[in-house]
Design a protein around this ligand. Sequence first.
Ligand code: HEC
Length: 152
Amino acid sequence: MSKLRKAKSRQVRVAGRAISPWWLALGAVGLAIFLGVQAGGGVRGPDAPEGIDLALVAAGEQLYTASCAACHGADLRGTPTGPPFLNVIYAPNHHGDEAFQQAAALGVTPHHWEFGPMPPVAGLTRDEVSKIVAFVRSEQQFAGIVRDPSHP
Ligand code: HEC
């Protein structure tokens, strides 16, 4: 068999065109990588929070937007009237979930910032504040805020 015929005999015909098996193999590898990424491997990166209840967080986001965003910011980065929650001092080990319940129910005497006091937020149940906390915690996790290292 001549060299030319040998090469030709290894080709595969796809849609009437001769294609080298190497291209098919490359395509298969590309497809596998693509499907792997679609399946969730690496779309969000290694630090994507786990165990987040999306329905709870979505409900919390609505309540937060209505009751807290005016001062703490729609993006949780604060406003001229309230501090940002995307700050390590509001990590769960420094301001636990109960701090949010207390803040909403009783207001806050200023002690960390120069914004002045936070007035109590009327009309929220504990359950609703828990939803707000779920939203704030998930945003904190996405921002990498999980622990205040300067706090026990
Ligand atoms: C009128 C503005 C305003 C609104 C509305 C508001 N806050 Fe605040 N909040 C503040 C200010 C100002 C502080 C900072 C007090 C300080 O200096 O520590 C604060 C602090 C807090 C703290 C920290 C408490 C602590 O122990 O240090 C929490 C938690 C909090 N707010 C939760 C909420 C939640 C939840 C809502 C919505 C239900 C909300 N805030 C709505 C102004 C506001």
